[in-house]
Design a protein around this ligand. Structure first.
Ligand code: GLY
Length: 363
C-alpha cells in the first residue's frame, strides 16, 4: 500500500503526517536521511514497549542509529512534573545533545509528555511522533500541543512545539482494547459534529468495530485533514482551532473530578459533548434532534453520555481554572448548530454552568 501524506504548513515550520499500514517497520529508513548519525531516544510506556518496541528498534538499528529507550508507567498519572523530571534526568544521564532526537511512541500521555520534554530539554530538540492510540492518531499527535498536568488541572504547563514528522500506522490499532478504541472514537465523533457530518454517516454505517477498523484510514484521514486546516489557520489556539475543544471544558473537569481514574479522556469528552449539546438544544441554539443523534452515535461506540452523583459546583470551580478561561472571567464554549456545524461562544464564567448542564433532556 502507498503511504498517504498530509502536509502541515505553518508560518515557521512545515512537517508531514505519513500514514500507512505497517509503516512502523520502515520508519528507520524514512528517518535515515534527515537524522543520519544522531542518537534517537524513544520515549514510550510499558504496554506499548512490550508490543512494538522490538520492531521499531530493529528498524532504527538496521539504519545505523544509536537507540536509547525510556519507558514510563502507562496512564494519565504519568503526565506529571515528577515524570518530566525523571525524563530530564534520563536524557542527561544518556548525554543526549541538542542535535539528537526524541521519538515519541505511544498514546496521548506519552506524546504530550515527550513533546514537552523535547520542547524544553536544552531549550528544544527535535522530536517525531509515532502515535499508537486512535485518540493520538486523530488528534493529540498533530498540532504541537505539548504539556503536563498539575494537581489543579490538565495540561496546565505546556507549549506549542511541533514534531518534525508524524508516522501513523493504523495496523497498531488492532491491539487496542475496546475501551481505548471507544476513547479515540469520542474524538472522531467530535470531528464529525464540529466540521464534517460525513464522518458521522460513515460511523453510523459500520456494523462492527472490525468494519470500522477496516475503514480506519479513511476516518483518520478525514480527522487529520480537519485538524490540519484548523492548526494552519490558528496555530496558537486563539480562534477557530478552539472548535477542537468541543466537549472538553466539562470533559476535563470530569476527568479531574475523578482524579483521572474513573473516566478516560474520550469518555469524559463524550459526557461533555452530550451535556452541552443537550443544553444548547434546550436553548434552541442547536437544531432539534441533534442531541439524540449524537447520543445514539456515542452509545453505539461504547461511550458514556451522563454521570450521576457529581457535585456540579465542584465541576464549575474546576472549569474556572481551565486555561481556556481568560482573565476577564470569560470562557469560550463550543456549541453545535447542527451535525457538522459548530461555533465558538464567549461566555461569562458565571453564566457557563447555564450552558453545560441540560435541565430536561437528561434526567
Ligand atoms: N486537541 C486540541 C488541539 O490540538 O487543539
Amino acid at each position: 500500500m502507498n503511504t498517504i501524506s498530509i502536509n502541515i504548513n505553518l508560518k515557521k515550520k512545515q512537517y508531514k503526517i505519513y500514514m500507512e499500514r505497517g509503516i512502523l517497520t520502515s520508519i528507520g529508513k524514512k528517518l535515515r536521511q534527515a537524522y543520519e548519525g544522531r542518537t534517537l531516544v524513544v520515549i514510550t510506556d510499558k504496554n506499548v514497549e512490550r508490543l512494538y518496541m522490538k520492531e521499531l528498534k530493529e528498524s532504527f538499528l538496521d539504519n545505523g542509529f544509536k537507540v536509547n529507550v525510556i519507558s514510563i508507567e502507562p496512564g494519565e498519572k504519568s503526565k506529571s512534573l515528577d515524570m518530566l523530571k525523571k525524563i530530564y534526568e534520563n536524557l542527561c544521564e544518556l548525554k543526549i545533545k541538542r542535535k539528537d532526537v526524541i521519538v515519541s511512541l505511544g498514546g496521548g500521555v506519552v506524546g504530550d509528555l515527550s513533546g514537552f520534554a523535547a520542547a524544553t530539554y536544552l531549550r528544544g530538540i527535535s522530536y517525531v511522533q509515532i502515535p499508537t492510540s486512535l485518540l493520538a492518531q486523530v488528534d493529540s499527535s498533530i498540532g504541537g500541543k505539548v504539556a503536563v498536568d498539575l494537581p489543579w488541572g490538565k495540561n496546565l504547563v505546556g507549549n506549542f512545539y511541533h514534531p518534525d514528522a508524524v508516522f501513523i500506522d493504523p495496523e497498531v490499532l488492532k491491539t487496542l482494547s475496546d475501551r481505548f478504541f471507544s476513547d479515540g472514537m469520542a474524538e472522531v465523533i467530535k470531528y464529525g459534529f464540529i466540521k464534517d457530518k460525513t464522518i458521522l454517516e460513515d460511523l453510523n454505517s459500520y456494523k462492527s468495530k472490525e468494519e470500522a477498523l477496516n475503514n480506519i484510514e479513511n476516518i483518520i484521514y478525514k480527522c487529520c485533514s480537519i485538524k490540519k486546516k484548523l492548526v494552519e489557520e490558528d496555530e496558537k489556539d486563539l480562534g477557530n482551532r478552539m472548535l477542537l475543544n468541543f466537549g472538553h471544558t466539562l470533559g476535563h473537569a470530569v476527568e479531574r473530578y475523578y482524579n483521572y481514574s474513573k473516566y478516560s479522556h474520550g469518555e469524559a469528552v463524550s459526557i461533555g459533548m452530550a451535556y452541552i449539546t443537550g443544553r444548547t438544544e434546550e436553548l434552541s441554539i442547536t437544531k432539534e434532534g441533534t442531541y439524540s443523534y449524537m447520543v445514539n452515535i456515542l452509545k453505539k461506540y461504547g461511550l458514556p453520555v451522563y454521570i450521576q452523583g457529581v457535585d456540579k459546583n465542584v465541576l464549575v470551580d474546576t472549569i474556572a481554572l481551565d486555561k481556556k478561561s481568560s482573565d476577564k472571567n470569560e470562557i469560550n464554549l463550543i456549541m453545535i448548530e447542527e451535525a457538522g456545524k459548530s461555533k465558538i461562544r464567549n461566555t461569562k464564567l458565571s453564566e457557563a454552568a447555564n450552558f453545560l448542564f441540560p435541565e430536561n433532556l437528561i434526567k
